[in-house]
Write a protein that binds this ligand. Sequence first.
Ligand SMILES: Cc1cc2nc3c(=O)[nH]c(=O)nc-3n(C[C@H](O)[C@H](O)[C@H](O)COP(=O)(O)OP(=O)(O)OC[C@H]3O[C@@H](n4cnc5c(N)ncnc54)[C@H](O)[C@@H]3O)c2cc1C
Length: 396
Amino acid sequence: MDFNFTEEQRMLIEAVDKFGQKWQDKGEEIRERTLKEGVFPRDFWQEFADQGFIGALIPEEYGGSGMGLFAQALILETLGRYGLTSAMMMLTAMDALCVLRGGPDELKQRYLPRIASGEEIWAFAITEPDAGSNAFRMKTIARREGDKFILNGQKTFITGVDVADRVLVIARSMTYEELKAKGLPKVGGFNVLIVDPKSPGFEMQELNTEGIEGLRQWTLFFDNVEVPAEDLVGAEHAGILPMFNVLNAERTLAAAIGLGGIDLMLKKAVDYANERVVFGDKPIGAYQAIQHPLAEIKAESEAARMLVYRAAAMFDEGKNPNDIAPYANMAKMLVGEISIKACDRAIQTHGGNGFDRDYGLIQAWVNTRLVRTAPISKEMILNYIAEHVLGMPRSY
Ligand SMILES: Cc1cc2nc3c(=O)[nH]c(=O)nc-3n(C[C@H](O)[C@H](O)[C@H](O)COP(=O)(O)OP(=O)(O)OC[C@H]3O[C@@H](n4cnc5c(N)ncnc54)[C@H](O)[C@@H]3O)c2cc1C
């Protein structure tokens, strides 16, 4: 379906289409290699970056293309149609945005060009064993000692640390008890640090997760990891503030990736259904039991696409993060739910072949299903909508 894109957006989509066509047959191989050998396809990433695709959120003065969130969303959505998106694209883009929003300028000058040029891939670490949905309970702490921070604690479920050059770590700057004693607000008392995973005292242990898009998850242990003071993002004790608007961008990008995935699932299902003949000479695609669920997914996904684009456009217009959040959250939740349905229907349409890895559906199921849980769960989004959009009491 057509959308009222600008000429610039059309050209961008065309460029991503070309890139997607070139790499589409390698998607499965890339994921398998990353998962089994821990080797991330740097040639793929480099070509992606060379086209300006990873630096859309990074202004030109820092080496990016400065096209904005709508453009970054279109890039990932389009790439999703080729089954080529990687969580590292979303994580790196959101980390770059955090550095951009948090500063200081010296930090932006140092790291943003490296991200935009494809030289560095970044992971993101906020989740802890006792602080998943409630990040405020985190215990990992980074205290300043002269010209460095000393990082201690643990993170878990952190994606792609084995292939990342840096990890953006959200830590406390003081314990919760110290924060309370000082009468500081809940959002105070955080330090956001750029951490080199090769630093002494930085250990990682692989989790037994199924892996998303070929990427493994890790528990990280920080034992007196020294981080240079100049690798602090934003102000000391207030580092979490730049994160807030970044989360809207993260949710919008997660939704954009999902939109591309839905289109891919629909295409696979329709192509198969129109070919496969089981009874008489009609393909299974002629049966309404096969058609209707796919048609419903198409209608729902076009509606969700409007939400994704609205959230992205509001972000680029510099709207208040609190005004963007309802759209970004709803977009992420709806796309997540429709993606699950789309993948399930694509599997069902393929009969037994839906379980054959060669058709690429059963692997996609794990990636798709994850969206209901991460980066934010469906329940936490519904909590947000009930409380902040509908004005109902907080339930927890
Ligand atoms: C494959 C994978 C990759 C990941 N990658 C990263 C990463 O790169 N970086 C990172 O920091 N984290 C990552 N995560 C972590 C992910 O963001 C968390 O798993 C997610 O936020 C949920 O946190 P939790 O697992 O602690 O669940 P919990 O917070 O323990 O929640 C468990 C269940 O209870 C529900 N629940 C909790 N509180 C409420 C409430 N108040 N009301 C209603 N329901 C509630 C939740 O919705 C969920 O269904 C990843 C996770 C997975 C599985």
